[in-house]
Design a protein around this ligand. Structure first.
Ligand code: PGA
Length: 248
């Protein structure tokens, strides 16, 4: 990990939790985050953001899992960047594979959401990754490059380099199958190379079945700057152990 890039470990709670859980989990994390060299963030369900923000007391940051690309209007069920920002969100996940696969978000939708988040002062965490079928067909780099290019074509390389990227191979998400540190490093280096010299300061997180047991080996790779953690972020001690693995 380059020292230009402060490690970032982010917990994606997906559709889990309630107010009591958010309060307890964030309070436990807050104590562990104080004075850490690692930046810690959580992405609770939108209705729990304000609980998490107030429990975080600025020791860690909070993000939202999805936003609309539109500023306002007749979009029933959607949430705007301004609403997320007002609720205290520092970050927004954009292009998570579950959004792409289950809600049909295209590369163009992802690019529009990325632009809307950044313009509204919420830092996007842009998720990229290939399916197992694509990996087995030797298409990993082509898929990731196309996902990235849709966004750089829309906002420019510098804007993407100023955000955070999460490489999350779809076959590793929630499956217990992690990419090996070498497999992940190869794709991280490829993504960084796509961003050219501007990518030297970009934090690129790995996601997909990260836990306390595999985090250290992943985070010791030169182009892996932290993690986007799903299941293992729901347990305070497990997540704190992942954060500590990024401190080494
Ligand atoms: P997982 O999820 O750690 O449970 O595999 C990661 C993610 O989807 O961000």
């Amino acid at each position: 990990m380059s020292n230009l890039r402060r490690p970032l470990v982010a917990g994606n709670w997906k559709m889990h939790g309630n107010r009591a859980m958010a309060q307890q989990l964030v309070t436990a994390l807050r104590a562990a985050c104080q004075g850490s060299a690692v930046e810690v963030a959580v992405f609770p369900p939108a209705l729990l953001v304000e609980t998490a923000v107030s429990a975080a007391a600025q020791a860690l940051t909070v993000g939202i899992q999805n936003i609309s690309q539109h500023p306002q209007g007749a979009f029933t069920g959607e949430l705007s960047v301004a609403m997320a920002q007002e609720a205290g969100c520092h970050w927004c996940l954009v292009g998570h594979s579950e959004r792409r696969a289950l809600y049909g978000e295209s590369n163009q939708d992802v690019a529009a959401k990325f632009a809307a988040a950044q313009a509204g002062g919420v830092t996007p965490v842009l998720c990229l990754g290939e399916t197992l079928e694509q990996r087995e067909a030797g298409q990993t780099e082509a898929v990731v490059a196309a996902q990235l290019k849709a966004v750089t074509d829309n906002v420019g390389v510098a804007a993407v380099a100023a955000a955070v990227i999460a490489y999350e191979p779809v076959w590793a998400i929630g499956t217990g199958k992690t990419a090996s540190p070498e497999q992940a490093q190869a794709v991280h280096a490829f993504i960084r190379a796509q961003l050219g010299v501007e990518g030297e300061v970009t934090r690129i997180l790995y996601g997909g079945s990260v836990n306390a047991g595999n985090a250290r080996a992943l985070f010791s790779q030169p182009d892996i700057d932290g993690g986007l953690v799903g299941g293992a972020s729901l347990d305070a001690q497990e997540f704190i152990n992942v954060v500590q693995a990024a401190e080494q």
